[in-house]
Write a protein that binds this ligand. Structure first.
Ligand code: GLU
Length: 437
């Protein structure tokens, strides 16, 4: 056998010495891979394990027909990537969006592996996606698309194989349809095949708010670590979906001042603090945050550069790039979204001494409570919301401490520390299991 490296030359580039084009900079797979390589090098990772952990274990691509409401048929493309199943079943959300791509799903699947390892829960990493525009589809169309996508993946998912969950563009209802479709094929109800379900059909109390709650816990920890105070701590949140709105709501309840909300269709600013329950009520009635009387309308992109103590990107990838990083004026960047900061932006933020709470730690509250849901489903015994939240707080606080301690001990930044900690854990398990060949 040839001993030549299997890693394509393009991907062997040294992230420290090569300049990236904006396309490369914003390719989520490139972003994930360059951080992985950097952390693996720091860990002195065995070259064989390096190759094993760098690439996904399985990538499934499906093209499937769905009858639309007007009587026509459309063919949709869907993905499910399982990056690693070394530490347990694959785990990760399903994304419905027009710009879903294999590279994106791959990156998101790898991030799930690292995320589950950072918080030390017994899952590998996976992610799914369907190229579609859920905002333009009826409930009936979404249901038929979800059921057929599930049926196409039937032999690849399962409570012990790969457990999907909500992500951008999917929600509790989507999970209910997946659970039902899978159960129909299995001829029995299998609640633990997905997490993020409605509470009455095996969902966990606290799951809906869990990512936002986790974000608030790591913010509390960062404030303490940096000797700052919640009193007068100004927060700007980008994205007002599940993660952004719950982060804002819980942080406001804890006494933080939410001065800005940036959504895809507009921004809001109030130096005295935005009343989040009022804004949620306005959004429910108006369908948008725009026109909210309790704040001033501002440019959504400019808002990211307003001075604040904590900035929380909580929507999608590539929000902080080489194009705006030098204008960011926060002390703490808490990544509620997956991959919101590019590698180039990371370097610029490091020069500005921004304290980053990296995505694979900051937004791990969602998957941690998904783990609780999976456990409760398998036990058939359900916890109170207080029990769920207490366990979540403990895991998130401990994980924050693990990452910052690792960063100190190894003289690396928080992001690289989180990757190193995660890679070390997955590599250890992989090595211990050995290779079946
Ligand atoms: N989609 C969420 C994430 O990116 C949740 C995944 C899960 O609960 O499995 O972390």
């Amino acid at each position: 056998m040839s001993t030549e490296s299997l890693i394509p030359v393009k991907e062997q580039r040294d992230p420290e010495t090569t300049t990236l084009t904006i396309e490369q900079e914003t390719n989520p797979w490139e972003a994930q891979a360059s951080r992985f390589d950097f952390a693996a090098r720091k860990l002195n990772l065995d070259p064989g394990l390096w190759k094993v952990l760098r690439y996904p274990t399985r990538e499934v691509i499906v093209h499937f027909p769905v009858g639309l409401d007007d009587g026509s048929v459309e063919v949709f493309t869907g993905y499910r990537v399982q990056h690693s199943i070394a530490r347990g079943p694959g785990k990760g959300g399903i994304r419905y969006a027009p710009d879903v791509s294999l590279d994106e799903v791959r990156a998101l699947a790898s991030w799930m592996t690292w995320k589950c390892a950072v918080v030390n829960i017994p899952f590998g990493g996976a992610k799914g996606g369907v190229i579609c525009d859920p905002k333009k589809m009826s409930q009936g169309e979404l249901e038929r698309m979800t059921r057929r996508y599930t049926a196409e993946l039937i032999e690849f998912i399962g409570p012990e194989k790969d457990v999907p969950a909500p992500d951008v563009g999917t929600d509790e209802q989507t999970m209910a349809w997946i659970m039902d479709t899978y159960s129909m094929h299995m001829r029995q109800t299998v609640t633990s095949v997905v997490t993020g379900k409605p509470v009455n059909i095996g969902g966990s109390r606290g799951r809906r708010e869990a990512t936002g709650r986790g974000v608030s816990v790591v913010c509390d920890q960062a404030i303490k670590y940096l000797d700052m105070s919640i009193d007068g701590c100004r927060v700007i949140v980008q994205g007002f979906g599940n993660v952004g709105s719950n982060s804002a709501k819980i942080l406001a309840e804890k006494g933080y001042t939410i001065i800005g909300i940036a959504e895809y269709d507009g921004g809001l600013f109030n130096s005295k603090g935005i009343n989040i329950p009022d804004l949620l009520a306005h959004r429910k009635a108006a369908g948008t945050i725009n026109g909210f009387p309790g704040a001033e309308a501002v440019d959504k992109d400019d808002l990211l550069t307003y001075p604040c103590e904590i900035l929380i990107p909580a929507a999608t990838e590539n929000v902080i790039t080489s194009r705006n990083a030098d204008r960011i004026r926060c002390r703490i960047l808490c990544e509620g979204a997956n991959g919101p900061t590019t590698t180039v932006a990371d370097e610029i933020l490091a020069d500005k001494r921004v304290f980053i709470i990296p995505d694979i730690l900051a937004n791990a509250g969602g998957v941690t409570t998904s783990y609780f849901e999976w456990v409760q489903d398998r036990m058939g015994y359900f916890w109170t919301e207080a029990e769920v939240n207490h366990r979540l707080d403990t895991i998130m606080s401990e994980s924050f401490k693990d990452v910052v301690n690792y960063a100190k001990t190894h003289s690396v930044n928080n992001r690289i520390a989180a990757y190193m900690l995660a890679i070390d854990r997955v590599a250890y398990t992989t090595k211990q299991r050995g290779f079946y060949a």
